[in-house]
Design a binder for this molecule. Structure first.
Ligand code: ATR
Length: 272
């Protein structure tokens, strides 16, 4: 019988994970089954344990269960700890191990696929929720000259800053970004889910080399539209991140790193 994996979330009907992992398995000649499970708000933990008891080897975790998966685990990677969230679990030797590949997936997409290394660049992250928590450690390790987190709720940004004291990390109010320029700006707020826009001062985006929208498949979000209006030519959405975090999980589970380019191309929806 082939090894079993699954993604669990709520809702789960739009997930691309089975498609992505199916393509990885095919391309790397791995025998595995990858399904999708609608998570239950009451029984999430029991569902994970049941999947494991039925021979499951690992799971991807999506909203709203990343924190609960993290808490359920017996062991947690450093980046999962900082994110306080797990997006992948591995079942091995009777233990549940938690990882978080969202940040490294985002970093790989920006550096490898979009060709914008973070080293010595000025990087702006919008938001201070789970997505930013996941990105912080890999981003700082990539050596930007400065990493700025802008958020409406400064208490949340400050809490992050206090957890991770680093000389290159700074927090800012949106208004205080006026007159500053960045090489890479990532919208990691959930504003795009409600077709909203973070309160960015004019021209913060215009100078940037890359405007990256974490949401995937939403076309030209207000953030990307603003970037284009401000003269920003280089726009990206989160499709590459989605595929790269999946590749990290696949490599962690299977010991084989799949090629991502063809899968990203297959999933890309033009930004119009
Ligand atoms: P997630 O874990 O998915 O990142 P979250 O923890 O709810 O979700 O965080 C959402 C982030 O998007 C927060 O940083 C939030 O900003 P505040 O902390 O200031 O509320 C941010 N956000 C949501 N809607 C926004 C909007 N319209 N403009 C700016 N930031 C927004």
């Amino acid at each position: 019988m082939s090894d079993r994996y699954a993604v669990i979330g709520r809702p789960i009907n739009h997930t691309k994970s089975p498609l992505i992992h199916g393509l990885f398995a095919q391309a790397s000649n791995q025998q595995l089954e990858y399904g999708a499970i609608e998570g239950s708000l009451d029984d999430f933990e029991a569902q994970v344990l049941q999947f494991r008891s039925e021979g499951g080897k690992g799971m991807n975790i999506t909203a709203p269960f990343k924190l609960r998966a993290f808490e359920l685990a017996d062991r947690r990677s450093e980046r999962a700890q900082l994110a306080r969230a797990a997006n992948a679990l591995k079942f091995e030797d009777g233990r549940i191990v938690a990882e978080n590949f969202d940040g490294i997936g985002l970093l790989r997409d920006i550096e490898e696929n979009l060709g914008e290394p973070l080293r010595n660049r000025r990087v702006l992250l919008l938001g201070a929720g789970g997505a930013v928590r996941g990105a912080l450690l890999p981003f700082l390790q990539a050596g930007p000259s400065e990493l700025v987190i802008a958020n409406r709720d400064m208490a949340k940004a400050l809490a992050l800053r206090n957890e991770l004291d680093h000389s290159r990390l700074r927090i800012s109010r949106y208004e205080a970004l006026e007159g500053q320029s960045f090489d890479i700006v990532v919208n990691a707020t959930s504003a795009s889910l409600t077709a909203d826009l973070p309160p960015l001062p004019a021209d913060v985006l215009g100078e940037a080399a890359l405007a990256y929208e974490l949401a995937y498949g939403k076309g030209l979000t207000p953030f990307l539209r603003l970037a284009r209006e401000q003269g920003q030519a280089r726009l990206a959405d989160g499709v590459g991140m989605l595929v790269e975090q999946a590749a990290e999980a696949f490599a962690w589970w299977r010991g084989v790193r799949p090629d991502t380019r063809a899968v990203i191309n297959q999933l890309t929806i033009p930004l119009e």
